[in-house]
Write a protein that binds this ligand. Structure first.
Ligand code: FAD
Length: 524
């Protein structure tokens, strides 16, 4: 392992001295592997949000899970140390969740990138699965599993995120209505707890830790390996976009689509505010300007777009036309506003990468991203849409606003992930209570168009939307949550707070892990 230390906090120095017997002592920038120290410090204090920049005192590049275990065992045994530790996957958090101010950041991409595919043989019981180390990116798992015709079932829209990072949150995309989030598609985990114990856990073995870690915001342990469920991969995907003027018809059609899991494989949607409301591959479809002639600069009219997809397997290729026709004839989209393409499964899943390339070319990828992600019960989705539209102006909004339904029944209530609570007054178990919308306000800003004062104003406005949606009639919860006070965190977990806090006391009693989430203060 390699360990680099940059500042002279006594406790961190102590950690370094104790670990020095097994780690390479870094004396000059060039000693630190292929990166120099300045670059590494920058990386560890930077994330996709580009809003918070907390510098750590030390960085660990582990060669094996044992290196992580050694560090955490030492820190948890030395009760006088205040040092805290954050695992960093791909660093695609928004609000410093993978940072550790004056603490130690563990670079998960330095673990050997193991991906072992196990294909179930005909006649065997059990499943096909992949054993993957925690720092591997989802795109790497996809590439490897496709070589043998398999793939995970549940995705995120963007694939350059780490396995450990998305499993610490949920992992949601257009397949989640059918298979649940990524945390519902994990068979086993290897975890190092805040006490340094290396535990293999599953729904039947150390199950409390297994469920705590899934959606656990990095609070209970560091995922060094995950066993991910695999299925046969389709050859191609028939991908459709249809447009709406009316919000009620838009959501009704989305809910219709998710009621047909035997036909439909992916459902998303987004609010089309202006010609920049791009989402997914801009090269696969005509631009919105061409799709909707009325969508012109200065127009305040808002449209909605449903994106759905049907997998094409060689064997049932001939049925696809019929399946798509059956789906479309039940929908009520704007006549003549339907667009379809057929693409490879890899290109479909990797669609945001194409958008990334375009945004990088325009210099609007490595910029501040004041994002807001909310989970909204069906009963409050219209009110939430109105609230959102009060606070954003279509003219200057850059980025997509995603909105699509999920099904509560696909989320295990044992995990740490938080969904909106079922309203006490409702008929529990009713169909309507099962539908929860994910709404992603994925805004980009540039320092020239939105200097710091403007960015702070946007953040303040997003906080207000979140507070009103959580506290009022809407009954929403934040996804990828960012809260500033202990009271807000308790409210966020609601009825699940006691369990969350008890699990923390059991698996990370000194509150060493994931300080960037800001949930628990360090205990000395
Ligand atoms: P990091 O930012 O590195 O870490 C996130 C948190 O997890 C931190 O608290 C960190 O300490 C902890 N952590 C990291 N690795 C581990 C580990 N191995 N063990 C334990 N804890 C760990 N999310 C969706 O659900 N659906 C989407 O479609 C989606 N699209 C996205 C698109 C983009 C462009 C971006 C930037 C983000 C998107 N996200 C999406 C959000 C993303 O899932 C989360 O931000 C996720 O945490 C990112 O993974 P990461 O590897 O970058 O995590």
């Amino acid at each position: 392992m390699e360990f680099a230390m940059f500042c002279t906090r006594v406790n961190t120095l102590l950690v370094l001295v104790v670990l020095c017997s097994s780690c390479k002592f870094i004396q000059s920038p060039m000693d630190f592997g292929p990166l120099n120290i300045a670059q590494t410090t920058n990386t560890a204090s930077l994330d996709f949000g580009r809003i918070l920049f907390h510098s750590p005192c030390g960085i660990l590049r582990p060669d094996s899970p044992r290196d992580i275990s050694l560090l955490l065992s030492f820190l948890s045994a030395s009760s006088f140390s205040q040092v805290r530790v954050a695992a960093r996957g791909a660093g695609h958090s928004i609000y410093g969740q993978a940072q550790a101010l004056d603490g130690i950041v563990i670079m998960m991409d330095s673990l050997p990138p193991t991906i072992e595919i196990h294909r179930r043989r005909d006649g065997d019981a059990g499943f096909s699965y992949a054993d993957v180390s925690g720092g591997v990116l989802w795109v790497e798992l996809l590439e490897e599993s496709l070589k043998v015709g398999l793939a995970p079932r549940s995705w995120t829209d963007y694939l350059y995120l780490s396995i450990g990072g998305t499993l610490s949150n949920g992992g949601i995309s257009g397949q989640a209505f059918k298979y649940g989030p990524q945390i519902s598609n994990v068979l086993q985990l290897d975890v190092i707890t805040g006490k340094g114990e290396l535990v293999t856990c599953s729904p039947t073995r150390s199950s409390e830790l297994f469920y705590a870690v899934l959606g656990g915001l990095g609070q209970f342990g560091i995922i060094t390996s995950a066993r991910i469920f695999l299925q046969d991969a389709p050859h191609k995907v028939r991908w459709h976009r249809v447009f709406y003027e009316d919000f009620d018809i838009f959501t009704k059609d989305q809910e219709l689509l998710i009621s047909m899991p035997d036909k439909v494989d992916y459902v998303e949607g987004f609010i089309v505010l202006n010609e920049k409301s791009l989402h997914g591959s801009s090269t696969a479809f005509p631009s919105y300007m061409d799709s909707i002639p009325h969508l012109q600069k200065g127009s305040s009219k808002v449209y909605y777009c449903i994106e759905f997809a049907v997998h094409v397997y060689q064997a049932k290729d001939s049925f696809i036309e019929q399946v798509v026709e059956e789906i479309l004839k039940q929908m009520s989209y704007m006549p003549s506003r339907i667009y379809s393409v057929e693409v490879s499964y890899f290109d479909f899943l990797n669609r945001v990468r194409m958008e990334e390339m375009e945004l990088r070319r325009r210099g609007v990828w490595d910029v501040p991203h004041p994002w807001l992600n909310m989970l909204v019960p069906k009963s409050g989705i219209k009110e939430f849409r109105d609230l959102l539209m009060e606070h954003i102006s279509p003219e200057d909004f850059e980025g997509p606003i995603l909105i699509y339904p999920l099904l509560r029944e696909k989320w295990s209530t044992n995990t740490s992930a938080v969904l909106p609570e079922v309203p006490a007054a409702s008929t529990v178990g009713g169909e309507d209570d099962d539908v929860v919308y994910i709404v992603g306000v994925l805004r980009s800003t540039t320092p020239s168009s939105c200097p710091p004062a403007c960015l702070h104003d946007l953040l303040r406005r997003h906080r207000r939307i979140a507070e009103e949606a959580v506290g009022g009639q809407v009954g929403a919860k934040q996804y990828l949550p960012h809260h500033q006070t202990a009271r807000q965190w308790r409210e966020h977990f609601g009825r699940g707070w006691e369990r969350f806090a008890a699990r923390k006391a059991r698996f990370d009693p000194l509150n060493i892990l994931a300080p960037g989430q800001g949930i628990f203060p360090r205990i000395s």
